[in-house]
Design a protein around this ligand. Structure first.
Ligand code: GDP
Ligand code: MG
Length: 439
């Protein structure tokens, strides 16, 4: 698959612009990749349409070929749809935080309840787990055993009690005990079942959870979308846990769950053990779904190209003498991203004989410079001449950054000199070197 994508992108690479006609093959490959990852068909359609729009509307970045740009758009969109960053568990203003677990039988609810309790306990929170699954023989014992294993108490009322009543009493108990979080494990059925949903809805209405987490087996594949829709409509979820990601599934269910419910996936289960729980990270899942170990490398390469395009923009700024401390700072950060200063300097004629000590000195110098620029006001950064004229401004920056006034004076005069020099170099037809400033 990676090869097919690569082919489609190669074709795009030969083009100089993303267009309606040259993008179709690449879009087809994205569609196929997502379907192979078991993303729901409807979800795939919506996603691909969105990517197409974005790609066609994308500003052409000089120096970045359309293939690279396209990969970046697909990847970024996937990360965006899955929520960009990790969303933590809800937290009540006044403890206990009530977390309700929902989902079909066998998806891993009971296991996930214990995993969460252990996760919270490791963060020095106290928990109580509540066993409301009175239907499956041994379900209560399962939770009790897990509780002993992780040293977290379990509230239960036997298998004759009413689940709604157990949940209510469990939360009461948690208040009494003064625990931070109460986790309510519930019963599931093999399929969506009206009685089960009704009972879950009653439990929810009774305990008013801060988080209602749908536990979804990552192997569910296509069906994950319908399942999520039903739970969202009938119960209302605030997040999900995707289990069994240690299997060979690509995790397309993550995209389906997220897109259908609009709610974040908060954790993933990666094994049968109680420790096998990880916070969900959209970027990692995006590369897993695209099934390309190299996707990240490709994305990084594209980003580098985009950065280089940025440098080119900056060079024209230098020529127009619009280069200021903001650009300078950006330039320095870029330099950091591009790897070691030493490696970069070696490529510049005249600097190739630098020793390790010199380079280290240069790196210290960069840090110093960054600290001083950070202490400048926006106005000062945009207009370095202000600083050349005003000793009091320079004194303030020295105080703010923890350096001497003479250091600031030196930075400003070096900067001005460098700017003039670069302008001259530019006019003389020599390429201005990215990463040169300050050196
Ligand atoms: P419940 O019916 O929803 O409460 O599901 P259980 O918690 O009883 O789990 C059902 C089965 O799935 C058990 O055998 C668990 O060990 C297993 N299981 C749960 N989570 C994971 C996971 O993340 N990875 C793997 N491989 N197995 C899991
Ligand atoms: Mg269970």
């Amino acid at each position: 698959l990676a090869e097919r994508l690569e082919d489609a992108w190669k074709k795009l690479r030969g083009q100089n612009k993303i267009s309606q006609s040259n993008i179709q093959d690449a879009l087809q490959e994205v569609r196929r990749a997502l379907l192979e990852a078991d993303v729901n068909l409807q979800v795939v359609k919506t996603f691909v349409a969105e990517v197409e729009q974005k790609a066609l509307g994308a500003e052409v970045i000089s120096g970045v070929n359309p293939g690279q740009q396209f990969i970046k758009i697909v990847y970024d969109e996937l990360v965006k749809v899955m929520g960009e960053s990790n969303v933590p568990l809800a937290q009540a203003d006044k403890p206990p935080t009530v977390i309700l677990m929902a989902g079909l039988q066998g998806t891993g609810k009971t296991t996930a309840t214990a995993k969460l309790a252990l996760y919270l306990r490791k963060q020095n929170q106290t928990c109580l787990m509540v066993a409301t699954d009175v239907y499956r023989p041994a379900a209560i014992d399962q939770l009790i055993t897990l509780g002993q294993q992780i040293d977290v108490p379990v509230f239960e009322m036997g298998s004759d009690a009413d689940p709604v009543e157990i949940a209510r009493a469990g939360v009461e108990k948690a208040k009494e005990m003064g625990v931070d979080t109460v986790l309510i494990d519930t019963a599931g059925r093999l399929q969506i079942d009206r009685d089960m949903m009704a009972e879950l809805a009653r439990i929810k209405a009774t305990v008013n959870p801060h988080d209602t987490l749908l536990v979804v087996d990552a192997m569910t594949g296509q069906e994950a979308a319908n399942l999520t829709r039903t739970f969202q409509e009938q119960i209302g979820i605030t997040g999900a846990i995707l289990t069994k990601l240690d299997g060979d599934t690509r995790g397309g269910a993550a995209l389906s769950v997220r897109q259908v419910s609009g709610q974040p996936i908060k954790f993933v289960g990666v094994g049968e053990k109680v420790e096998a729980l990880q916070p969900f990270y959209p970027d990692r899942m995006a590369s897993r779904i695209l099934n390309m170990g190299d996707v990240l490398t490709l994305v990084e390469k594209a980003q580098e190209q985009i950065d280089i395009a940025d440098v080119e923009k900056m060079q024209s700024k230098i020529l127009e003498a619009k280069f200021d401390f903001n650009d300078f700072l950006k330039q320095m950060r870029l330099l950091k991203n591009m790897g070691s200063l030493g490696g970069l300097l070696k490529m510049i004629p005249g600097f190739s004989k630098l020793s390790g000590a010199d380079i280290e000195k240069g790196e210290t110098e960069l840090k110093r410079t960054e600290a001083m620029i950070n202490s400048m006001t926006t106005e000062e950064r945009a207009n370095p001449d202000l600083l050349a004229k005003s000793p009091s401004r320079r004194r303030r920056i020295a105080r703010g950054s923890g350096y001497e006034e003479s250091d600031v004076t030196k930075l400003v005069s070096n900067f001005t000199r460098m700017r003039n020099m670069m302008q001259q170099m530019g006019r003389g037809g020599m390429p201005a070197m990215p990463g040169m400033p300050g050196m």
